[in-house]
Write a protein that binds this ligand. Structure first.
Ligand SMILES: NC(=O)c1ccc[n+]([C@@H]2O[C@H](COP(=O)([O-])OP(=O)(O)OC[C@H]3O[C@@H](n4cnc5c(N)ncnc54)[C@H](O)[C@@H]3O)[C@@H](O)[C@H]2O)c1
Length: 287
């Protein structure tokens, strides 16, 4: 048995993060079920994972048979609660507090008492979500980075009442998923977004003031700071709605105008310009 003892995962939310977490789980040999409230979304995510891995295989970037092995372990779930053999639920649904509170309170009522709950929220207080779940000792923040199959970091965020046993299980699970866990306090934005969001916000402000074009702002970060992506590219990649959601929670939670979302970000999200996933953000994607 593995150190964590975890062999079955239920992943809720089949967007950018949930599908990455599900893929990583199945590639690590866990049995994974992927659920999304939007009909067809989990099936689409599973197909995309399969075609990405098949492409990697055909290019010699993944061992032969790895796509099939991953898909064999990755099932689509069509409803809640998770089946009885689920040991850990990882939630990666839309970053809106009311959605997450409703999700966890429904799941807490319908799920076996020993199941551990983990939220991939970027900024919503873990202690608040844990209270809604009704099992604050078996609840933890498990904040992956995008793209999940590639990025090594996972921030682990215990809430006020998270037990050390829960922390130890999820820390071991994180390592078994090929990640390097870092512990963060349950403070808005945790460690990563506390640093990243003001950087993205400042880049958006510089863009709005015409200090540089989007391409030039990103080029400065790539060439000058050796960042693999510039801040505006990164914001598009994360999703502008996700960035806006995080800014709002941090602004409210830290009571500091430094974290207030830039009005241009709010307008872009209102206009449906969400970055890569909608085809347009600071840049245009696809056709
Ligand atoms: N995008 C990033 O780079 C990033 C990084 C780390 C953490 N996160 C966090 O991960 C979570 C998901 O972000 P994402 O970028 O994958 O978003 P996304 O918009 O790509 O996907 C969210 C998915 O959740 C589904 N959903 C909404 N409500 C649901 C419910 N009640 N039950 C089941 N499914 C539901 C939606 O249909 C959608 O498919 C958020 O909490 C976000 O803050 C995002």
């Amino acid at each position: 048995m593995s150190e964590s003892g975890v062999s079955t995962l239920f992943v809720a939310g089949a967007g950018l993060m949930g599908s990455g977490i599900a893929q990583t789980g199945a590639q690590s040999g866990l049995r994974v079920r992927l659920f999304d409230a939007l009909p067809g979304a989990a099936e689409r995510a599973r197909e995309q994972i399969g075609s990405r891995l098949a492409r990697a295989e055909s290019q010699g970037k993944a061992p032969s048979g790895s796509a099939e092995r991953c898909l064999d372990l990755l099932e689509v779930a069509f409803s809640l609660p998770p089946p009885g053999d689920t040991q850990v639920v990882i939630e990666a649904i839309t970053e809106q507090e009311e959605l997450k509170l409703a999700f966890w309170s429904e799941l807490g009522a319908g799920c076996a008492a020993e199941v551990i709950f983990a939220s991939n929220t970027s900024s919503i207080p873990i202690t608040r979500l844990a209270a809604a779940s009704g099992r604050p000792d078996r609840f933890i923040g498990m904040h992956f980075y995008s793209p999940v199959p590639v990025m090594e970091l996972v921030e682990l965020v215990p809430g006020l009442l998270t037990s050390e046993a829960t922390y130890a299980t999820i820390e071991a699970l994180g390592r078994e998923l090929g990640k390097r866990p870092v512990r963060s306090a349950d403070s808005p934005g945790f460690i990563g977004n506390r640093i990243l969001i003001p950087f993205l916000n400042e880049a958006i402000l510089a863009y709005q003031e015409g200090v540089g074009t989007a391409a030039d702002i990103d080029q400065v970060a790539r060439l000058g700071f050796r960042h693999p992506m510039g801040p505006l590219e990164l914001a598009d990649f994360i999703g502008l709605d996700v960035v806006l959601g995080i800014c709002r929670v941090m602004h409210q939670g830290l009571h500091d105008p430094r974290y207030a979302p830039n009005p241009i970000l709010e307008r872009m999200v209102e206009a449906g310009q969400l970055g890569r996933k909608s085809g347009r953000g600071f840049y245009q994607y696809g056709g």
